[in-house]
Write a protein that binds this ligand. Structure first.
Ligand code: FRU
Length: 492
């Protein structure tokens, strides 16, 4: 892919090219039904997730003209209830000198009754040197978005490279602050903070002081907030080395929890870095707090530099379902927002004792559904669920009680994303009984375990005929209770 091709604006494409892309998308067997997805082209990070004028606004990184990372726009979608989403169209077109090579990731905050979108304007000079600007666009009550020509920050502070992006803004009592992802000149990742009392003059405050030392070569998409009296710092480090079950994907997303960030010294007293998700496809999460005071997170259900089977169908990636964050025993837990229950249609309930066998039930099948399945009185060595199954395909979620491990196995889930390390993800879990809460869409699965203690988020690309659901126990018995709901179409 040459540069001219990659950095094209939508208006540079012919109507025939766009029709051809749209046709490809429409023929794709893996379009989602309740996950936000691009009308064509590539989606990546969620941006500007906010609540404004009685609605949830969600933007995302979008390259319309292919499934590679090219000229990024902000695309806008909104929802009254976090369940049904409506496409609003393009929000930010990257065609000004301060964002000439992409309107990169950023966030939103309501100020003076207007939604302020702050983002990184990515630019390149004739020698292809990168220069990032931190930019502002303002959306009014009618949804009209006005880009401001003057950047909030027009240079990278000393000590950092031009990998300097993804401002996440919040308001303290008397100050606006944003945290931004950075790379130090010694090529290690960091996050730095800016502050402003008027949203015009932004002062560089310094780096968030963690005890992580050298921890990857770049931190993307940082997010800082307080929850239940604790300071929570989420970021997406690039360049971590895999350690047993951890850090298996190309890039990671995780968090530090500790005391609230010291606003003067920027010290963060924190525990271990924990991954947010254990699946294959989860990156660049962003949170917001809504009018009910809930901290809600959405992430990109994808990874950079990995090919996906939808690429040849003219589109790539989707966003995760919204999840509410809470803290339990010092750990961040994620629960699907209850509004998703609005999508529920026909339900079926089964209770059974399963002993060393694989069971299926009349009417329990499907390609898009929600399911809560609990195994109790577990005497078996392992219990689990098989979804999207047929004679050729299956996706297995298994709890190995003896070895205290949860595994998601997509080795036979159909068409796989490329890469060598793409079949199994695991994590440790020590639990008497086990509860699986699944959200399965045409080409994805999100598994919430024990009410959000662990989550596995993954794309899978089975054939539409693979719709069996099986329940099993190995070497012993367990009692199984499950409810499954069909889900309504919820996205444009
Ligand atoms: C993360 C990221 C961000 C950047 C955006 C560009 O996936 O690389 O750091 O702003 O994507 O699309």
């Amino acid at each position: 892919m040459n540069r001219e091709q990659k950095y094209r604006l939508l208006e540079q494409a012919s109507p025939e090219e766009i029709t051809a892309l749209t046709d490809l998308v429409n023929e794709c067997p893996w379009r989602q039904t309740f996950h936000v997805q691009p009308i064509m082209g590539l989606l990546n990070d969620p941006n500007g997730f906010s609540f404004y004028e009685g609605e949830y606004h969600l933007f995302y990184q979008w390259f319309p003209l292919g499934t590679y990372h090219g000229m990024k726009y902000w695309y806008h979608t909104k929802s009254k209830d976090l369940a049904f989403w409506h496409n609003e169209g393009i929000a930010i077109v990257p065609k000004d000198p301060i964002d000439s090579h992409g309107a990169y990731s950023g966030s939103a905050i309501v100020k003076d009754n207007k939604l302020h979108l702050i983002y990184t304007g990515n630019t390149r000079d004739s020698k292809w040197n990168r220069r990032p600007y931190q930019c502002l666009a303002i959306m009014n009550e009618e949804g009209f978005i006005n880009k401001q020509n003057t950047p909030l920050v027009d240079h990278v502070p000393e000590g950092y490279t031009d990998h300097f992006r993804d401002p996440k803004v919040w308001k303290d009592d008397d100050m606006y602050r944003f945290v931004i992802g950075a790379q130090r000149e010694d090529l290690t990742g960091a996050a730095v903070v800016y502050e402003s009392s008027d949203f015009k003059e932004w002062r560089y405050q310094g780096e968030i002081k963690t005890n992580l030392g050298h921890f990857g070569y770049m931190w993307e998409c940082p997010d800082y907030f307080e929850l239940e009296g604790k300071g929570v710092f989420i970021f997406s480090p690039q360049g971590l080395t895999p350690e047993q079950d951890r850090f298996q994907n190309i890039y990671q997303s995780g968090y530090l929890i500790g005391k609230p960030l010291d606003r003067k010294t920027l010290e963060l007293d924190h525990g271990e870095f924990e991954e947010l998700d254990r699946g294959f496809d989860f990156y660049a999460p962003q949170t917001m707090v809504d009018e009910k005071g809930r901290r809600i997170m959405i992430a990109w259900m994808g990874q950079a530099e990995v090919a996906y089977p939808t690429d040849s169908h003219g589109w790539a990636h989707c966003l995760t379902i919204p999840r509410e964050l809470k803290i339990r025993h010092g750990k961040l837990i994620q629960q699907p927002v209850p509004e998703l229950q609005k999508l529920r249609g026909r339900s079926i309930v089964i209770q059974d004792m399963i002993e060393n066998e694989v069971r299926t039930y009349e009417g329990v099948r499907g390609t898009t559904f929600e399911m809560v399945c609990e195994f109790s009185a577990v005497k078996a060595a392992a219990v689990g669920i098989v979804i999207r199954a047929s004679q050729q395909e299956q996706t297995i979620i298994r709890y190995d009680k003896t070895n205290k491990k949860i595994t998601l196995n997509r080795a036979e889930s159909g068409n796989l994303s490329d890469g060598t390390n793409n079949a199994i993800r695991s994590c440790r879990l020590d639990s008497e009984n086990i509860k699986f809460h699944l959200f399965v869409d045409t080409s994805s699965v999100e598994v919430f375990i024990n009410d959000g203690e662990e989550v596995f988020t993954s794309r899978i690309f089975p054939q539409s005929g693979s719709e069996e659901i099986r329940f099993f126990t190995e070497e012993g018995s367990a009692h199984m209770t499950m409810t499954k709901w069909d889900l309504a179409q919820a996205v444009d």
